[in-house]
Design a protein around this ligand. Structure first.
Ligand SMILES: [Zn+2]
Length: 424
């Protein structure tokens, strides 16, 4: 029988012995996919140009010799443009046509029309969704997941996922994984103020997603929190910006925060208060009680958030969380170690392509948005998604398309910003 390349135990139950770290940190290579695609594309182009130069050069060799050399160079160029196969893990947040309640909707909301075009593209590409645990299992055995696999994630547990995303993904034949943060899950008894899809899901609705739409419910921690990292202020809370600095309010509101956005004024930290320098609470040591935390403070916090959220998912969903999604895609080595000891199979925030050579316990994700060219055009959003998926799969011929579209989007946004400044 073939021996697995990565010793990779199944998730442990509560109270089971922690797994030694050696099993997690295997000698597989780590890919930085952004660096890799630039290097490979530059290499491929240089080799292709060299092949052309050989063919066009004067009498350096007989014709058959030039053709042979050019063919070898073109073969090498193709090798450079084709990497180890990986799996695209698509990350969505909010899918709605009414995103104004979310202060950061510009970065994370996808319009349902774009979402529909993206799902149609996944179908045209003949892709099928697999679960995170299945993907981790295959990678742990050193097997390349089939080329037609894709994973879909939804972060934060927004109510609009049930209204828009779930019916659309089911109609397209796909399943997904959702990552809610405990403090933002709406209590069952709190009345919804109106019929719109602003706000967050309840546990009963998360169970509906599981039962009716085949979604998995995993953990996004307790409070999605940031932590001050010094006493230096980077801003001051104002009537205009308090929603944008919502983490400061969340931090001062222990427990439920599902309705924070319904306040007209800052609910916890008043206007005029300093906004300190900050970092993600599960990825960095903070500044508390006038002193810098040491790693033991961070480890205590990590253990509390990872174990509590895993257990709560077990209580509500009948099985403990197996995948942990780090808020804002920021992780630290201690976090990955404690996640493993707590029983998680894999955590997010990798920078690679989910190949069989990378650590199976690290999931690298692709943030999916809309306005691929800086303005709403679902067709373009679907084209960008296809190119990004092909890059994750190791096909670097798609790199110029992604680079050109990203550059166009940046230019359009910069132009709009300039316009707003010059014509306020
Ligand atoms: Zn999040």
């Amino acid at each position: 029988m073939e021996r697995p390349r990565h010793a990779y135990p199944k998730p442990v139950g509560f109270g089971a012995e922690p797994q030694p770290m050696e099993k997690l940190v295997e000698p597989g290579q780590t890919i930085d996919r952004k660096r890799e695609r630039k290097l490979r594309f530059a290499c491929g182009m240089a080799l292709a140009l060299a092949a052309m130069a050989v063919l066009l050069a004067g009498e350096i060799a007989p014709l058959w010799g030039k053709v042979l050399l050019a063919t070898a160079l073109l073969f090498a160029a193709h090798r450079a443009m084709t990497g180890t196969p990986g799996v695209a893990v698509l990350t969505y947040h909010s899918v709605t046509d009414a995103p104004s309640w979310l202060p950061w909707s510009g970065e994370i909301t996808v319009h349902p029309r774009s979402f529909a075009a993206q799902l149609a593209m996944l179908r045209r590409m003949n892709l099928r969704t697999i679960g995170d645990e299945d993907m981790a299992d295959l990678r742990a055995r050193g097997q390349v997941p089939a080329k037609d696999c894709v994973v879909i994630h939804f972060d934060d547990g927004y109510l609009d996922n049930l209204a828009f995303a779930a019916p659309m993904t089911r109609a397209a034949g796909f399943s997904a994984t959702i990552f809610p943060s405990l403090d933002f899950i709406e209590p069952e008894d709190s009345p919804r103020q109106n019929d719109d899809s602003a706000g967050y899901l309840r546990w009963s609705e998360l169970r509906r997603l599981r039962d009716e739409f085949c979604w998995r419910v995993e953990s996004h921690g307790i409070d999605h929190s940031r932590i001050p990292t010094s006493e230096r202020a980077v801003d001051v809370v104002t009537r205009e910006n308090w929603r944008r600095h919502a983490w400061l309010q969340w931090r001062a509101m222990p427990g439920a925060k599902h309705d924070w956005f319904r306040s007209d004024a800052p609910p916890a930290v008043p206007i005029g208060s300093p906004v300190p320098e900050s970092a993600l609470a599960l990825a960095a040591c903070g500044w508390t009680d006038g002193r810098r935390e040491d790693e033991s403070d961070l480890r205590l916090r990590l253990h509390h958030h990872l174990a509590t959220s895993r257990q709560r998912v077990a209580q509500e969903m009948g099985r403990p969380a197996a995948i942990f999604c780090w808020p804002e895609n920021r992780a630290c080595p201690a976090g990955r170690e404690i996640a493993w000891q707590t029983g998680y199979v894999a955590t997010t925030a990798g920078k690679g392509r989910n190949t069989a050579n990378e650590s199976p316990s690290v999931i690298s994700r692709l943030h999916v948005g809309d306005r691929a060219l800086g303005f709403r055009w679902p067709w373009a959003d679907a084209q960008l998604l296809r190119a990004q998926i092909r890059l994750m799969q190791g096909n670097f011929y798609w790199y110029p398309i992604v680079a050109a579209m990203n550059a166009t989007r940046k230019a359009v946004f910069a132009w709009r910003k300039w316009q707003r400044r010059s014509h306020p």
